[in-house]
Every structure is written in structure tokens, then in C-alpha cells.
Design a protein. Structure first.
Length: 85
């Protein structure tokens, strides 16, 4: 059985992007929702940094509420929308 910590370490660049697209948000809208900077969302989506701690937990809670399935990350790798940020 995975620990709580492992549950929140699943947020890589493609999954962050897939969740954002699943929600229909721009990077700015996602950052407003999370209470962070748009640049942070961009850095997560490019793989420069990875969400951890409270940010990863919040992403997981939002994903659960939105009925987002982690397998959806594969779909978001096609059709990148960097210009919309």
C-alpha cells in the first residue's frame, strides 16, 4: 500500500500540463487557482521544477475533485499550448 508521501510525488511535467488542460485552464488561471505565479506553472510544465509538498498535495486534491485520471497525461503531450500562457 503506498504511503501518503508517495501519493503526492506523482506530479511530473506531463501530468501537471494534462491536469491544467483537463480543467480547461491557461497557465495564468491555474496559477490563480493554486495561489502561485504563472511562471511556477510554466516551470513545472517544462520540467524545470517538480511540485512537492503542499503544492503536490493540492494538485492531487484538485485532480480528485475534477475526476482527473493520471493516464490522461499521455493525451496532453500532443498539442502543446505554450503560446496560450
Amino acid at each position: 500500500m503506498p504511503t501518503k508521501r508517495n501519493r503526492y510525488e506523482a506530479w511530473d511535467a506531463s501530468r501537471v500540463r494534462a491536469l491544467r488542460k483537463h480543467l480547461g485552464f491557461t497557465q495564468q488561471q491555474m496559477s490563480d487557482e493554486l495561489g502561485t505565479r504563472q511562471q511556477t506553472i510554466s516551470e513545472w510544465e517544462t520540467g524545470m521544477y517538480q511540485p512537492r509538498g503542499a503544492s503536490a498535495k493540492l494538485l492531487s486534491l484538485i485532480a480528485e475533485r475534477a475526476q482527473f485520471h493520471y493516464g490522461d497525461a499521455r493525451d496532453a503531450q500532443d498539442g502543446d499550448d505554450k503560446g496560450r500562457a
